[in-house]
Each structure stands twice: as structure tokens, then as C-alpha cells.
Design a protein around this ligand. Structure first.
Ligand code: 5GP
Length: 116
């Protein structure tokens, strides 16, 4: 059984966060340390530690991440200019919180994705 992170407590509203959206499958809230003018985290309510732990039974929740990203991008007014969706995995991916989450980043030109 994977260990819970702070995101489970945010999902259950046991600790504060600026929650922008929640339904039976996913929760979206503002990143505490934004890297862009819009920086929202969209997370499945069920604890999946990393993308390496994704199973077919998670497909509905993971698909929902995209429909919620689309909705929140439109609400934030960044849909037309564009934005970036990021999901980090493990150390080399820069993952810090082991409850998978989609970063929705936008509000400015984000530049190149990575350098070698
Ligand atoms: P990762 O590096 O795992 O892909 O991203 C984790 C993200 O979670 C970081 O951008 C970090 O700022 C954010 N974060 C970490 N702890 C908290 C928290 O307690 N509340 C919120 N809202 N964001 C958090």
C-alpha cells in the first residue's frame, strides 16, 4: 500500500488549498509555489504514486485530468494562447510529490521544454 502524501489531505479538505474544481474522480487546486502566472495541479482522487503505477482501472480518472485541464484553461483565459501540461515521474523527471498530478502551466510563453 502506497504512502499518502499531502495531496490526499488536500483532496479530503483536511488542509487548506485553493481548490478550483472537484468531482468524484479528480481534484484541481493552485500550486503553492507557482512557476507560471497560471499554475494548477490536477490530481486523481485515488492515490497513484507515479505514472509507473498506472493500471487500466485508472483510465477514467486519468482521462478526466484532460477534460478538467481543458475546462480550467478556458476559465483562466489561456486556452487560445496555449499552455503546457506536465506530469513528472520519479527522480529524473523531477517528481517531488508521489501522488501523480498534472501541472497546468500558462499565462506566458513557456519557452523550450527541456535542454540536454
Ligand atoms: P512535482 O515536482 O512532484 O511534479 O510537483 C509537485 C508540486 O506540488 C510542486 O509544484 C509544488 O510546488 C506543489 N506542492 C507541494 N506541496 C504543496 C502543497 O502543500 N500545496 C500545494 N497547493 N501545492 C504543493
Amino acid at each position: 500500500m502506497a504512502e499518502e502524501t499531502i495531496f490526499s489531505k488536500i483532496i479530503r479538505k483536511e488542509i487548506p488549498a485553493q481548490i478550483l474544481y472537484q468531482d468524484d474522480l479528480v481534484t484541481a487546486f493552485r500550486d503553492i509555489s507557482p512557476k507560471a502566472p497560471t499554475h494548477i495541479l490536477i490530481v486523481p482522487n485515488v492515490l497513484i504514486p507515479t505514472v509507473n503505477d498506472v493500471e487500466p482501472e485508472h483510465e477514467a480518472a486519468l482521462g478526466r485530468l484532460f477534460t478538467v485541464a481543458r475546462k480550467l484553461a478556458a476559465e483562466a483565459g489561456i486556452a487560445e494562447d496555449g499552455y503546457r501540461l506536465v506530469m513528472n515521474c520519479n527522480r529524473h523527471g523531477g517528481q517531488e510529490v508521489y501522488h501523480i498530478h498534472m501541472h497546468l502551466l500558462g499565462g506566458k510563453s513557456l519557452g523550450a521544454l527541456v535542454s540536454c
